[in-house]
Design a protein around this ligand. Structure first.
Ligand code: SF4
Length: 226
C-alpha cells in the first residue's frame, strides 16, 4: 500500500511543464526531513515548503496500485469536462499526473507505473534525486538538495533551488549532467521572508551570468493556486 498525503487537480506551477493541467499525487514521507518543525534545523533539507506528513490531506489515504491509478484517472476525468463522453475531445490533452512528495521514489514501484500507463497517463515525477529511478516514468524532474548524495544524474529537467549552499563548483557539476532543461529557482523562505528578495536577485543574476540556466518561479504561489 502507498501512503498518500493528498491528491488534487491543478496546474503545474514550476519548471518546463508550468501551466499544464495535472493531477498532483503527493506521497507521504521524505528521507531528508521528517516533516516535523522541531526537527527542521537538524534536517538535511531545511527549506521545505510542503506538508507531506501523514495521510490526512485532500483525498489522502492508503491505496494499492490499482485503486490509486483508478482514483487519479477518475479525478482527471471528472475535473476535465473535455474528456467526458468524447465531448470536445480535441480540446483535451494527454492525461498528466505528477508524482511528488515528500520523496515519491521511497514508495513508487513498477506496479503503479504500469497501472497509470494503462489509463494512458503521461507520468511525471519530482524527486530529490537520492533514490534510484523506477523504469517507465515519462518526465523526470530532479531537484538536488545540499548535503545529500545525488544518484540520479539524468532526466528531463534539473531544478536547483537557490541559494542553498551549493558552490560554483557544484553548479558546474550540475551543468555537465544529462538533462534537457536546467532550471534555477529562488528559494522561498519559511521563516525569514525578508530574505526572499535577495534570493530572487541572486537567482536572476545567476541566470544572466550562466546562460545554460533558466529561471523557474513558483507561479502557483503568485497565482494563489495549490
Ligand atoms: S527533499 Fe523535497 S520533500 Fe524532502 S524535505 Fe526537502 S523539499 Fe521537502
Amino acid at each position: 500500500m502507498y501512503s498518500i498525503k493528498e491528491i488534487f487537480y491543478t496546474l503545474q506551477g514550476e519548471g518546463a511543464m508550468a501551466g499544464r493541467a495535472s493531477v498532483f499525487c503527493r506521497f507521504s514521507g521524505c528521507n531528508l526531513w521528517n516533516g516535523r518543525e522541531k526537527d527542521r534545523e537538524n534536517a538535511v533539507c531545511k527549506f521545505c515548503d510542503t506538508d507531506f506528513v501523514g495521510t490526512d490531506g485532500v483525498n489522502g489515504g492508503k491505496y494499492g496500485a490499482e485503486s490509486l491509478a483508478e482514483f487519479i484517472y477518475n479525478l482527471w476525468i471528472n475535473s476535465n469536462p473535455c474528456t467526458q463522453n468524447g465531448k470536445n475531445s480535441k480540446m483535451s490533452g494527454k492525461p498528466y499526473v505528477v508524482l511528488t512528495g515528500g520523496e515519491p521514489l521511497l514508495q513508487i514501484d513498477i506496479a503503479l507505473i504500469n497501472q497509470l500507463h494503462q489509463y494512458n497517463f503521461e507520468i511525471a515525477i519530482e524527486t530529490n534525486g537520492t533514490q534510484p529511478l523506477v523504469k517507465g516514468i515519462d518526465w523526470v524532474c530532479v531537484s538536488p538538495k545540499f548535503g545529500s548524495e545525488l544518484v540520479l544524474n539524468s532526466g528531463n529537467e534539473i531544478k536547483v533551488i537557490y541559494p542553498q549552499g551549493f558552490s560554483i563548483e557544484d553548479m558546474e557539476y550540475f551543468s555537465g549532467l544529462d538533462f534537457e532543461h536546467f532550471f534555477i529557482q529562488p528559494k522561498d523562505e519559511i521563516i525569514n521572508k525578508t530574505e526572499v528578495k535577495s534570493n530572487i536577485e541572486q537567482t536572476i543574476n545567476f541566470c544572466l551570468t550562466h546562460t545554460k540556466w533558466q529561471l523557474s518561479i513558483q507561479t502557483h504561489k503568485y497565482l494563489g493556486i495549490a
